[in-house]
Ligand binder design. Structure first.
Ligand SMILES: Nc1ncnc2c1ncn2[C@@H]1O[C@H](COP(=O)(O)OP(=O)(O)O)[C@@H](O)[C@H]1O
Ligand SMILES: [Mg+2]
Length: 471
């Protein structure tokens, strides 16, 4: 497959103010900051990050097929006069400049997504429904930070009709420069919840930080806000204060522009009856969970606002599947015969997302003697409220799980708060718990695995995917 040209050397020089070190003309078809995942034809941007200095990988990137590299100096061992390098003062600023230039030349409807949870899930769902109606570009993975956002922007092709960017933050002030790069036509704030409490005293303060997204918008912009969230008014007020022209909302609240009228949960999908901008519409979402139903309302409202056909977008929801680590379900064969259903929520966890995952898990009824087994790891970054927020999950666990296995010091608070008949194993960390799971899973069980990335629940996932026999 030949990739379409994205940036010529002249474009890169015009955008970044950099200097080519050789006279060789070049055109790049993509942008990358990682020599391991680079695609031939990419521009390799040598970023100086926490994990190391990209300048150490310029040679590897060129060997892997990079068409050129953006650097702040020619790395040792490379002859700049014959190597396609563009030299700038600061490579991260260079990447931002490229992102800014991509935005300036784009004809796409640009949608920015932030919120405490559900950014990636919403981005994937929006990209799915828009992708069917016109050329769509979306951030890869969770590329939502100071390098992820400019990188995603710099990859935006000129002939894109819809562009969807995830914008994240852990601290106040982080969204401001990112939204000024993205300049969203439409901004979705999925929800405001207690996450990153370590860095924020209150959820109001979290809402204030999320509201920074409006600083990149003007009177032509549309804010799409969760009307059921207690911070709706705070966010709407902030949007108005920033001069955002239109405020739309989604939720169960009858005043919502995308209003949930009724929904029917099922084990692996949901049926939704909604009213979007005055149009009644019924659709199926191909994955379970009320949280996805709420996200779908924001998605359809944004799609409609971006000029996509609403009925076609709603029909496409049936093809949505939860991404890996965010609810992906698979049937796993047991060595002694039979199988169990594994729900992979191992990517991340916060009080809101654990409750959402447990609720969806509770909708699945095991066959035969099967049980619902929740395997939970610590939710991180909750600051001093951590123990109480873990203990607080006891009600949701008791309602949905027959057995709770858990790991990590914070999960001990939850383990001690559930009745003895639900208590399975508690272990210090995920590796210790994984080692003790042999024989704990039986035919027809439904197993949910969830925890913060730092709790390394992936160790448990690999163990469950290759369970040795119980004997
Ligand atoms: N609206 C929502 N409310 C609560 N949990 C959600 C919501 N949307 C997604 N989730 C769950 O939250 C976790 C993180 O989802 P993700 O989409 O990766 O969020 P983010 O990109 O904001 O970190 C996943 O377990 C996902 O299933
Ligand atoms: Mg994300």
């Amino acid at each position: 497959m030949t990739l379409a040209p994205l940036w010529t050397v002249a474009d890169i020089v015009a955008a970044t103010g950099g200097t080519p070190t050789s006279e060789t003309p070049f055109t790049v078809t993509g942008v990358s900051i990682d020599s391991r995942t680079l695609i031939a034809g990419d521009l390799f941007v040598a970023i100086r990050g926490e994990a190391g200095d990209g300048h150490a990988y310029v040679e590897a990137a060129l060997k892997a097929g990079a068409a050129a590299a953006l650097v702040d100096h020619a790395p040792q061992g490379l002859d700049p006069s014959t190597t396609p390098l563009v030299q700038v003062g600061d490579t991260l600023k260079g990447l931002e400049a490229l992102g800014r230039a991509a935005r300036a030349r784009a004809g796409a409807k640009v949608i920015g997504i932030t919120g405490s949870v559900g950014k990636t899930s919403t981005k994937e769902m929006l990209a799915l429904v828009l992708g069917q109606q016109g050329k769509t570009h979306a951030s890869a993975a969770s590329y939502n930070n100071h390098w992820g956002v400019p990188l995603s922007l710099s990859r935006l092709p000129t002939d894109t009709r819809f562009a969807v960017f995830e914008i994240g933050m852990n601290h106040p002030g982080e969204i401001t420069p990112l939204t000024r790069l993205v300049r969203p036509d439409i901004a979705i704030i999925t929800t405001i919840e207690a996450v990153h409490l370590e860095f924020f005293k209150t959820t109001e303060a979290i809402a204030t930080a999320k509201a920074e997204i409006f600083l990149g918008m003007d009177q032509n912009g549309t804010a799409i806000l969760n009307r059921d969230n207690p911070h709706f008014t705070q966010l709407a007020t902030a949007a108005t204060a920033c001069g955002v022209g239109q405020i739309l909302s989604f939720g169960e609240d009858p005043a919502s522009d995308a209003k949930l009228r009724h929904w029917v949960p099922a084990a692996d999908h949901s049926l939704v009856d909604a009213e979007i901008s005055g149009q009644k519409i019924t659709y199926t979402i191909g994955a379970a969970g009320r949280h996805l139903v709420m996200n779908s309302l924001a998605v359809l409202l944004a799609a409609h606002q971006a000029g996509a056909d609403l009925a076609t977008a709603a029909a496409e929801m049936a093809h949505f599947k939860s991404p890996k680590g965010r609810g992906l379900r698979q049937s796993v064969a047991l060595p002694d015969g039979g199988d169990f259903l594994l729900v992979d929520e191992s990517y991340n966890a916060s009080p809101a997302s654990v409750k959402a995952a447990l609720a969806a898990f509770g909708q699945v009824t095991p066959d035969g003697q099967g049980r619902r087994i929740a395997i939970l790891g610590d939710m991180r970054e909750l600051g001093e409220d951590g123990p109480a927020l873990h203990q607080d999950l006891a009600g949701a666990v008791c309602k949905t799980a027959d057995i709770l296995h858990c790991c990590g010091p914070l999960m001990r608070h939850l383990y001690d708060a559930v009745p003895a008949e639900i208590q399975g194993i508690w272990a210090e960390d995920s590796a210790a718990l994984a080692a003790r799971l042999r024989g704990e899973i039986q035919k027809n069980d439904i197993v949910l695995v969830k925890g913060s990335l730092g709790s390394r629940m992936a160790t448990i996932m690999s163990q469950l995917l290759s369970l040795p026999s119980a004997s």
